[in-house]
Write a protein that binds this ligand. Structure first.
Ligand SMILES: Cc1ncc(COP(=O)(O)O)c(C=O)c1O
Length: 484
């Protein structure tokens, strides 16, 4: 039976149910499944023609024992999770004349980013467990703009869940903010936090600190749906299988995915797919916040100051899922993770030895993309093909171009388009020029509607965030008790 082990190794493994309800492991580590089923060629062949949701059922069954969620219930939860998507299968589009470069659109869910592909399922399965336990949860999550809307949408109206998306005020697009603040649900309270000098990283720290206090976590019934939560990461393995199967006839086993990386959760989903035997490679595409690029290209993990970029959702300097990746690549050795975490904390920098660097970069290359390259990529592709990328998809495409130009034999590449362009109209104006009329793809009806809806949110300064949150969550739990 698959159990969930902490990357820090000092608490016993738990079931899938405990892992998703807790978010963090009790020792502050992140959960990783073990064992990971290695799929035979025959099994992969059987999955080849499945539609996305059926593929999700197969992949997730490898991680969720049927004694914990019976197969039929799992199927219903997944069917419901994708019912609000405007396309049942994610579109895969060729963007060059020789059919070597592709874009996988993962933004056809209700809040127009790839976060929807896992969030709908994660919050539903949490609610399913809570019903069974007759319990409640308070979800706190840090967002750089897209996790918040996805969580707010999936949690809205669920009686057993209260949801607290924390965002760095002024550092996300107006459209992303409105998606959260106009959700109109009593159980969702977005919190705009002023004075986050390090953006989403500052908020990640608050989330980690709150979870560091076991008594508080229990009292407030805290959990998180950031990609801290292994439920998110596992669901994010499915799209790699899907795109691989759609292109395998054309390219055989040689396929590389370019992934715009922030906290590195989407990429960890890809790593899980690889660990299951999918023969794929990755380009880790960062913007000028290039912590991950330095890890993969120079073997150095160093926390540098945050720089604001046009691809703001990946403005992250400590990509916390890297600890999960390190654990997987170091043959599940928590000592390697603990040592590296301490070194980063004490010295601000970790230098991996040659052997570990080699293990880390097996099948992974990386790139750092400037804002100028992001804009040029958006403009050139639009002018040449009429296809409009969002700035994060553009980082993936530009990162792919950089890496492929250095390959002796360029490998066919799928760039992961993680958000709908309509979430970033200001960046589109910059890319296409302010004289250019915004193309149709720069609008989405749901975002236009949000501009006229009532706004509900809380604001506070960074220094008072922890205290305010604790008070608000306590009050909300008391309210829920007296409603019973
Ligand atoms: C549009 C978009 N692209 C990419 C990412 C990065 O994903 P991850 O944090 O899983 O690396 C995010 C995450 O915030 C995002 O919102």
């Amino acid at each position: 039976m698959v159990k969930y082990h902490s990357t820090r190794g000092s608490c016993p493994p738990v079931s899938f149910e405990q892992a998703v309800l807790q978010g963090f492991a009790a020792d502050g580590g992140l959960f990783v499944p073990h064992p990971i089923t290695r799929l035979s060629r025959d099994r992969l062949n059987h999955w080849k023609h499945l539609c996305y949701v059926d593929l999700a059922k197969e992949v997730m069954s490898c991680f969720i024992d049927s004694t914990i969620v019976p197969k039929q219930d799992l199927g219903c939860l997944l069917d419901e999770s994708f019912a609000s998507f405007d396309k049942a299968d994610p579109p895969l589009l060729s963007i060059d004349s020789d059919g070597q470069s592709w874009v996988l659109e993962l933004f056809h869910g209700p809040t127009l980013s790839f976060k929807d592909v896992a969030m709908g399922f994660l919050i539903r399965v949490m609610d399913y467990f809570l019903d069974r336990r007759n319990d409640q949860l308070s979800l706190i999550l840090a967002t750089t703009g897209d996790t918040g809307p996805a969580a707010a949408y999936a949690a809205a109206g669920r009686k057993r869940i209260s949801c607290w998306p924390l965002f760095p005020a002024g550092m996300i697009s107006k459209e992303q903010e409105l998606q959260m603040t106009t959700i109109g649900a009593e159980n969702v309270t977005p919190v705009g936090v002023r004075g986050c000098l390090e953006g989403g990283d500052d908020l990640d720290l608050v989330v980690a600190r709150l979870f560091g206090d076991g008594r508080l976590t229990n009292r407030l019934k805290l959990s998180s749906v950031n990609s801290i939560n292994i439920g998110r990461v596992l669901m994010q393995a499915v799209h790699y299988f899907y795109a691989y199967f759609r292109l395998i006839e054309r390219f055989g086993d040689a396929l590389i995915f370019s992934i715009p990386a922030g906290a590195f959760g989407n990429s960890c989903g890809g790593e899980i797919a690889r660990a299951m035997g999918l023969p794929i490679q990755f380009i880790c595409a960062t913007n000028k916040n290039h912590t991950l690029h330095r890890i993969f290209s120079a073997g150095i993990f160093e926390k540098l100051p945050l720089q604001h970029s046009l691809s703001s959702a990946i403005d992250i300097v400590v990509p916390y899922n890297f600890w999960r990746f390190l654990y997987l690549r170091s043959d599940l050795d928590p000592e390697v993770v603990n040592r590296s975490m301490s070194e980063l904390k004490d010295r601000g920098k970790v230098t991996f030895d040659v052997s570990l660097s080699h293990k880390l970069s097996r099948g992974v290359v990386s790139a750092s993309v400037t804002d100028e390259q992001t804009l040029v990529t958006m403009r050139d592709l639009y002018e040449q093909t009429g296809y409009l990328l969002d700035p994060h998809g553009a980082v993936a495409v530009a990162g792919a171009a950089q890496c492929r130009s250095m390959m002796a034999k360029p490998t066919p590449c799928v760039s992961v388009a993680t958000a709908h362009p309509a979430k970033f109209p200001e960046v589109i104006k910059k890319a296409l020029g302010s004289n250019h009329q915004l193309p149709e793809a720069a609008f989405h009806p749901s975002l236009e509607e949000a501009k006229h809806a009532d706004v509900k949110m809380m604001t506070c300064n960074y220094e008072e965030l922890e205290k305010r949150l604790v008070e608000e969550i306590e009050a909300s739990l008391q309210g829920q008790q007296s409603d019973k």
